[in-house]
Design a protein around this ligand. Structure first.
Ligand SMILES: [Zn+2]
Length: 353
């Protein structure tokens, strides 16, 4: 019989992490720019933080550079940028921001079929190094196909200025790979879903690194940003190897998206995921107390009410989370978890009550 296995993977080509690496932006940009101008996509706050510096650096290198300041990652903002691009004729995009600006950039890059560089201003989630864009449609975030950045320039001197909350959330997004992996293995056993042990090993490693070094994740310390960013990148590589977010997104992410869909509370992505991973670890029969203690160590609350999420909303989110992405089989199963079962799991893990 003929050999028929096939796999396709997409990786960024240049990855730079560390103090002051933004200085290498012009050189990197030039290496990917075939024709046209450079377009920086950023926000108002992130312009002050790093977008302005990026503009300066590119301008001084003699390239034509334009800046578009945008806000939320939604289709109307994406469309606006694509319309403006007709005149600006960008040959490369540079996304400078925490999350939404990079999501917008990767979607525009995908639509216009041009490369982009990711310049994160905070290490708040693993989207800085992934080909998927989180776009808000009708009040709900949906994960859309986009492209991997050709380069990632993660300057720890810039990212350390972001509020600590973003660092803890970014760490949680990686730590929670533990439940994503349990879900993936479950889907492999139950549904025969394709499984990559290479991707799983790397995802597990990135999570374990942050669990073991949780005591080193501190506010205002550049080394902490370095630690978390490296593992965000490793987790991104695991997703690239799998050509799927599977190694880093399971039931805990379904729960996070369900909260998002309900539009309740003030928790940011990594915080929602952290809560989800504790209760889903309980459902898996794993050591949820250890996971909860890791989040305590990094000062990330997992009590729903700390984010203004009412108990009944947390219960509703957990019992209906499986509907968010029905093809993604997890411990939450194929049908609604009963109200009582969801309430019980959330109560035992101290998330509600
Ligand atoms: Zn995530």
């Amino acid at each position: 019989m003929e050999f028929e296995k096939f796999k396709s993977m997409q990786f960024p080509r240049d990855v730079m992490v560390g103090h002051g690496v933004i200085a290498s932006l012009p050189e990197i940009t030039k290496s990917y720019l075939k024709r046209g101008s450079v377009l920086i996509i950023t926000g108002n706050k992130t312009y002050d933080l790093a977008g302005g510096e990026a503009e300066d650096l590119i301008m001084k290198s003699g390239l034509e550079v334009h800046v578009i300041r945008t806000d939320q990652a939604n289709n109307s903002n994406i469309q606006k940028i694509e319309e403006e691009s007709v005149d600006l004729k960008p040959g490369i995009l540079i996304g400078v921001g925490g999350g939404s600006k990079i999501d917008i950039t990767k979607k525009v890059a995908y639509d216009l079929k041009i490369p982009y560089v990711s310049v994160p201003t905070s290490p708040s989630h693993d989207g800085i190094a992934s080909p998927r864009a989180s776009i808000k449609e009708k009040g709900v975030f949906v994960s859309e196909q986009a492209v991997m950045p050709v380069a990632i320039i993660a300057d720890t001197a810039i990212m350390v200025k972001a509020p600590y909350r973003y660092l803890a959330a970014g760490a949680a997004d990686v730590i929670s790979n533990v439940t994503a992996l349990m879900d993936w293995k479950l889907a492999h056993r139950v549904k025969g879903e394709e499984y990559s042990s290479t991707a799983a090993a790397l995802s597990e490693y990135s999570s374990r690194e942050l669990i073991e070094k949780a005591h080193m994740i501190m506010s205002g310390v550049e080394e902490s940003v370095w630690l978390v960013t490296k593992q965000i990148l490793a987790s991104g590589t695991a997703m690239a190897i799998a050509s799927s977010s599977r190694p880093a997104s399971g039931s805990e992410h379904l729960f996070a998206h369900a909260l998002e869909k309900l539009g309740v509370g003030s928790a940011i992505h990594g915080e929602q995921v952290a809560i989800g991973s504790v209760v889903c670890m309980y459902l898996h029969g794993g050591d949820w107390e250890k996971l909860a203690s890791v989040y305590r160590k990094i000062n990330l609350p997992i009590r729903a009410r700390d984010y203004g999420i009412r108990d009944e909303d947390a219960i509703k989110a957990l019992s209906t989370a499986h509907k968010i992405r029905p093809e993604r089989f997890t411990i939450l199963g194929d049908s609604d978890l009963s109200y009582n079962a969801a309430e019980r799991a959330l109560q035992i893990t101290g998330i509600i009550g």
